[in-house]
Design a protein around this ligand. Structure first.
Ligand code: HEM
Length: 266
């Protein structure tokens, strides 16, 4: 059922819609037919990221559980809270711990900010993992989506690296010990172990985790890894479109399963 506004409202809307200012915003007519509805998608910077048409089953919550989108929005929350945290944190071995203590005790809403960042981070690791399981169990990794699976694996690695690099930043005993262990694991890489350890923490084989490690982890955590992950996420979304939308369940009422076949590119 289409709800119609009262005639006076419709008349006023008609006047607004025929104005040049309105037309400069909305280049197509009112979305009352398929063509205009499609044009709205094409003409909007944000909406054009979505396909004009989607297969019905992809809207069913029990197919995807929305896990990919939840992972994406958690990453957006992490970015926003992370940027705000940067105003209160200096990556120095003499200040980092105090800065975190100040967030927990004196800075207004600092504890909320820090915990939003921490919990979103823990949750993102879990949700990305569950999303990967969903893709596996629905066969979403099969042709023609193998490449997007590979991209996804890289995103899982980046998510873990973000988690690991963030862990050192509070510079408390737990964090320092964790990175010591991590760097010792890196050091036993066959042949290039000491080099990998040196690259990771900026220390010679006789030196321990220190200022260089903190700075490296900080730059990786706030700049390099998030930028690469955002680029991969947008590539991931674009690939879903190019692979013809999401995979189909083995048997849907609408269409036969497409797994294993080439599907249309939109
Ligand atoms: C930051 C991490 C990730 C984000 C934000 C993300 C986002 C998404 C979104 C929004 C979708 C659409 C459907 C849905 O919500 O399930 C999707 C689909 C997909 N994702 Fe991810 N993803 C991530 C990680 C991964 C990982 C770790 C893998 C696999 C190793 C993966 C493989 C795939 C594949 C193959 C599809 C298409 C599935 C199908 O057609 O059924 N993604 N992803």
């Amino acid at each position: 059922m289409i709800l119609k506004p009262p005639p006076i409202v419709e008349k006023m809307l008609g006047i607004v819609r025929s104005s040049t200012v309105w037309r400069s915003f909305w280049r197509q007519g009112y979305p009352s037919n398929d063509e205009n509805r499609a044009l709205i998608m094409f003409n909007s910077l944000f909406l054009h990221l979505h396909p004009v048409k989607v297969k019905g089953h992809t809207l069913k919550i029990t197919y995807t559980w929305g896990l990919g989108f939840i992972a994406f929005w958690l990453f957006v929350i992490l970015t926003i809270t992370g940027v705000v945290l940067m105003f209160f944190y200096v990556p120095s071995t003499t200040r980092a711990y105090q800065d975190i203590q100040a967030l927990e005790t004196t800075i207004p809403f600092g504890i909320v900010l820090r915990n939003m960042h921490r919990w979103a981070a823990h949750l993102m690791v879990l949700i990305v993992f569950l999303h990967m399981c969903r893709v596996f169990y629905t066969g979403g990794y099969k042709a023609p989506r193998e490449w997007n699976w590979v991209v996804g694996v890289n995103m899982l690695v980046l998510t873990s690296m973000l988690s690991f690099t963030g862990y050192l930043l509070p510079w408390d005993d737990l964090a320092i010990s964790a990175i010591k262990i991590g760097s010792q694991i890196a050091a036993v890489t066959p042949f290039i172990g000491q080099w990998v350890r040196g690259l990771m923490i900026g220390a010679t084989p006789t030196e321990e985790v220190g200022q260089n490690a903190l700075l490296r982890f900080y730059v990786l955590h706030v700049m390099i890894l998030p930028i690469v992950l955002y680029l991969l996420i947008f590539f991931h979304f674009w690939r879903i479109r190019k692979d013809g939308g999401l995979s189909l369940p083995e048997k849907t009422a609408e269409e036969p399963a497409d797994n294993g076949k080439k599907v249309l590119v939109n």
